[in-house]
Design a protein around this ligand. Structure first.
Ligand SMILES: [Zn+2]
Ligand SMILES: [Zn+2]
Ligand SMILES: [Zn+2]
Ligand SMILES: [Zn+2]
Length: 314
């Protein structure tokens, strides 16, 4: 009996607290509306963009709030419809509700749960800026879809692989960074066409840029005791489960097919944001020292990159 009483007490303070929270939220929302949404500072542009989905831009307001109220009280994951509540008003996600039976673990009441349509309306309209705002993403995303968006956001940063450089940015700004800061001169290429390029024996990075879509590829040249190891990486913010490119690299004894040569085909060029610098990939081409042109100290390589079926949209 005593335990139950304790539970009653807890539930009352809990409900009081959450009512307080709701009250506070109402006040804050009101303030923001009156103040013309000055508190956000997250940009009006995104709000306008998101308005298309909401349909009523004239009703949009900027709000600052504790994100906890949008999370499940049990698993702390963002709430998404269907949302359930106990009779006191503790909101739980449908996954947790399925595991709970009829008793709310927060207030210990065993009355069962009902749908919370009011909160469903709220979570369906609350939009937050993408974490990649600083890298150029102007989108506002429904709070519970934020993680999903960011996993494929094309503005997620890629990293500069040069030693001692901590630059990160969208692929576009990374290309600019390579050219202006490190004086790299990219080699532009067409897909499905073989192309000759010369790379100095000790040059670690050679940047290739697709003419059609400005996708970046890095030929990483690692000098090892038996020769040079070459690997190709597709620079992109997210590693697709299946790569969108296949590649062929060959190194010839001079610019002729008649002499000796080594060849490597990679059916799925590995994608990387280079967050862990440029690593030797699973596929690499071992170039013996005799294929290096002694007079110029260069490797003459032939590359061909093909676009293949892939899961990630561009
Ligand atoms: Zn949950
Ligand atoms: Zn409860
Ligand atoms: Zn984004
Ligand atoms: Zn750099």
């Amino acid at each position: 009996m005593e335990e139950e009483e304790e539970c009653e007490y807890e539930s009352e303070t809990e409900s009081l607290r959450s009512e307080e929270r709701r009250q506070k939220r109402r006040v804050e929302m009101g303030k923001e509306a009156v103040g013309g949404g000055g508190g956000g500072g997250n940009g009006d542009g995104g709000g306008e963009e998101a308005a298309g989905e909401a349909g009523r831009p004239d009703r949009e307001i900027l709000v600052k709030m504790d994100s906890q109220v949008l999370d499940c009280t049990i698993c702390f994951e963002p709430l998404r419809p269907p949302i359930y509540q106990c009779e006191v008003g503790h909101a739980v996600c449908h996954v947790c509700r399925g595991k709970l039976g009829n008793t709310c673990p927060i207030c210990c009441r065993g009355i069962g749960f009902s749908r919370c349509f009011a909160l469903e309306d709220v979570v369906d309209t609350v939009k937050v800026p993408c974490a990649n705002t600083n890298y150029g993403c102007k989108q506002f995303i429904i709070y519970y879809q934020k993680e999903k968006h960011e996993k494929t956001c094309l503005h997620a940063p890629c990293f500069c692989p040069e030693d001692g450089c901590s630059f990160k940015g969208s692929t576009g700004s990374l290309l600019l960074h390579f050219v202006t800061e490190h004086k790299w001169s990219p080699t532009y290429f067409h897909y499905d066409k073989a192309q000759w390029i010369s790379i100095p024996r000790h040059c670690q990075f050679t940047l290739l840029v697709g003419e059609e879509d400005l996708s970046m590829f890095l030929v990483v040249n690692t000098f090892v005791h038996v020769g040079n190891a070459l690997t190709m990486i597709s620079i992109r913010p997210h590693e697709a489960s299946r790569s969108c490119y296949s590649s062929e690299i060959s190194v010839h004894d001079g610019e002729s097919y008649k002499g000796r040569y080594v060849l490597q085909m990679d059916p799925h060029v590995g994608g990387s944001s280079l967050h862990d610098r440029a690593q030797l990939g699973r596929f690499f081409l071992m170039v013996p020292p005799e294929l290096v042109d002694e007079s110029t100290d260069e490797l003459t390589i032939n590359i061909r990159i093909e676009k293949i079926q892939c899961d990630v949209h561009h």
